[in-house]
Ligand binder design. Structure first.
Ligand code: TYM
Length: 343
């Protein structure tokens, strides 16, 4: 065994495959900003456009969604000077390492991924090869920076376990200690924000019903209307969190409140015990509008100048490549690829 003690480094990504939802914001982006601002580890954030095309994307919409996502990152508090912020396709090392990981990962591992099963459904013969290989690209996204900490929502946990398996198998296959074993950072009150229409389903940009989610681009009236119409049960809020155990819709609204207010579900219950939803929902709507409206206004402002966004992404990609290129070179060397001197 040769090589390295891995210095802590944060990496995460979001797909530009539609608008940002409250789930993306509370489960991921808000945590990214906290990690950036804590200043304990370098932070790298990526718009994963190569992942997005594992299902067909309209090119005009993909380009728009990538820039809008960049605006979302910045509006939420990511500072492109403090963090590295870029889109995946501008750093070819992601796809290059992904090929090597395609040769390390096993078909059986991929076939067990619940997101593959959900997305490909019964029609897997017709799904793209890219959709099947998706988690190997995700592992490459992380490993091309030797990232050690990956903040994500609960739904990405299985993919991170696979990332660990790929890193361990690579290290064993080549008898090195080259790739780090990542730590998932799945923390906070809102690691799994649920649909506003069905407390058993994740809030998702691909849900056909727009009423099921809050988009970061929704205006104040729309946010308030969606919360007012959110599915709930007829009982008042309980006086302890255990009382939410069999009430998924109520629990979801309490968790959303807690995450938006930077507090815990216990504290929210302590403040609102016994309230009917007719009282709790307007408080939640006010809070959501107060927290989200400034973000959506800032996104609008940033989208007025797409050249500036493209410059930020280009500069981020240059900085990302400075880290990624030597790690790819070393990987090629370990695997046994001949490299021209000085290349
Ligand atoms: P994506 O684009 O589906 O979602 C981006 C992030 O948002 C989180 N998230 C949620 N969190 C809580 N509740 C929800 N309802 C909710 N919906 C989404 C996701 O968990 C994620 O953290 N495969 C990834 C993107 C990716 C990636 C990576 C992430 C590609 N490479 C490397 C980390 C590291 C995805 O599709 O996320």
């Amino acid at each position: 065994m040769t090589e390295v003690v891995h210095t802590p480094r944060v990496f995460s990504g979001i797909q530009p495959s539609g608008g940002l939802t409250l789930g993306n914001y509370l489960g991921a982006m808000k945590r990214f900003v906290e990690l950036q601002d804590a200043g304990e580890m370098p932070t790298i954030f990526c718009m994963v456009d190569l992942h997005a095309i594992t299902v067909w994307q309209d090119p005009v919409r993909l380009r728009h969604a990538t820039r809008e996502l960049c605006a979302g990152f910045i509006a939420a508090g990511i500072d492109p000077e403090k963090s590295i912020l870029f889109n995946q396709s501008q750093v070819p090392e992601h796809a290059q390492l992904a090929w090597i990981f395609n040769c390390v990962a096993r078909m059986g591992w991929m076939g067990r991924m619940t997101q593959w099963k959900d997305k490909a459904g019964k029609n897997s013969e017709n799904a793209s090869l890219g959709l099947f290989a998706y988690p190997a690209l995700m592992a490459a996204d992380i490993m091309i920076y030797h990232a050690t900490h990956v903040p994500v929502g609960e739904d990405q946990k299985q993919h991170l376990e696979l990332t660990r398996d790929i890193a361990i198998k690579f290290n064993n296959d080549y008898d090195v200690n080259f790739f780090p074993v990542v730590e998932p950072v799945i923390e906070g009150a809102a690691t799994r924000v649920m649909s506003l229409r069905d407390g058993s389903k994740k809030m998702s940009k691909s849900d056909p019903s727009d009423m099921s989610r809050i988009n970061l681009t929704d205006d104040a009236d729309t946010i308030a209307r969606k919360i007012r119409k959110a599915k709930t049960d007829p009982a008042p809020l309980p006086d302890n969190v255990e009382g939410l155990a069999d009430r998924p819709e109520a629990r979801n609204l309490v968790n959303i409140y807690a995450a938006l207010a930077d507090t815990t579900p216990e504290a929210v219950i302590a403040d609102h015990a016994g309230q009917q939803f007719g009282t709790f929902k307007p408080s939640l709507a006010d809070l959501a509008v107060a927290k989200l409206a400034p973000i959506s206004e800032e996104m609008d402002r940033l989208m007025q100048d797409v050249d500036q966004i493209d410059r930020i992404l280009g500069r981020g990609a240059e900085r990302a490549r400075e880290i990624a290129a030597p790690i790819l070179e070393r990987t090629y060397d370990i695997v046994g690829m001949v490299r021209a001197q000085g290349a």
